[in-house]
Design a protein around this ligand. Structure first.
Ligand SMILES: C[S@@+](CC[C@H](N)C(=O)[O-])C[C@H]1O[C@@H](n2cnc3c(N)ncnc32)[C@H](O)[C@@H]1O
Length: 241
């Protein structure tokens, strides 16, 4: 009998910050999580997703509509803005940072957005098993942690193999959008995604134009203040054979 596994076989792209939330965030969690948080059965770790768990968009949102998934949604600025301005679509925020999820719910509630759900989990597992294959019309990854020290780059979310992970979750013709202020990571993203047979570039030239639906966040502002170029990328899911 093989020993049961007690750890993931690859480092995750986050270090879990303290679980402590402010009193306001605790209150937001208690009041709003029944509306917004989609609980998932766990596997080995607190932020894992049990491999047998499934997310059924029609059951969750109560309708059939385009689904936009944001990975690492942080405080939720981009996805709350999108959900409140696009009532025709459904939105899913995937994040491991609890206080960020609490803030996202507060802002979503204030904006009256009911077409948004939040999942507290390691995003690649959501894309690889939780979502039905081809469920997402768009996948967004904005300012993914750059893990810029050499000994840490293996933690980057967009690493070799990520094209298949994203490609599984996207419908044919669906779009993966990324932005980063870290040049070296931008180049790695472009190389990894150019190499993925599931995806094709959805831009001309070296980089994609800034995506209209992306609102300015603290991460982008900091990058600009430090004189960094902001790089956008966009890839389309090629039709399954
Ligand atoms: C640099 S922040 C950017 C947040 C937001 N996208 C923005 O632009 O303001 C990256 C976020 O990704 C989240 N994150 C990193 N790895 C993740 C993973 N594997 N699953 C879910 N969230 C993750 C982190 O917790 C963090 O909040």
């Amino acid at each position: 009998m093989p020993e049961p596994r007690t750890f993931r076989d690859h480092p995750v792209s986050f270090v879990r910050r303290s679980g402590r939330m402010s009193d306001g965030q605790e209150r937001a969690w208690a009041a709003l999580s029944p509306l917004y948080v989609h609980d998932v059965p766990r596997g080995l770790a607190a932020t894992s997703v049990h491999p047998d768990a499934r997310f059924d968009p029609v059951a969750v949102y109560g309708r059939e509509a385009p689904l936009v998934v944001e990975i690492g949604s942080g405080q939720g600025h981009a996805i709350v803005h999108a959900a409140s301005t696009r009532p025709d679509a459904d939105f899913l925020a995937v994040e491991v940072f609890r206080a960020g999820l609490a803030r996202t719910m507060l802002d979503a509630d204030r904006a009256g957005a009911r077409n948004l759900r939040l999942i507290e989990a390691n995003a690649p597992e959501v894309l690889e098993t939780l979502l039905p294959e081809g469920a997402a019309d768009e996948l967004w990854i904005f300012f993914s942690d750059p893990w810029h020290k050499n000994r840490h780059t293996k933690r980057r979310m967009v690493r070799p193999g990520f094209g298949a992970t994203a490609g599984r979750a996207l419908r044919d013709g669906g779009v993966l959008r990324l932005a980063t202020d870290w040049e070296d990571y931008a180049r790695q993203m472009r190389q990894v995604l150019d190499d993925a047979p599931e995806l094709e570039r959805a831009f001309d030239g070296d980089w994609a134009p800034r995506f209209d639906g992306r609102v300015m966040t603290a991460f982008e502002r900091k990058g600009v203040e430090r004189g960094r170029d902001i790089r956008d990328l966009a890839y389309r899911r090629v039709a399954r054979g």
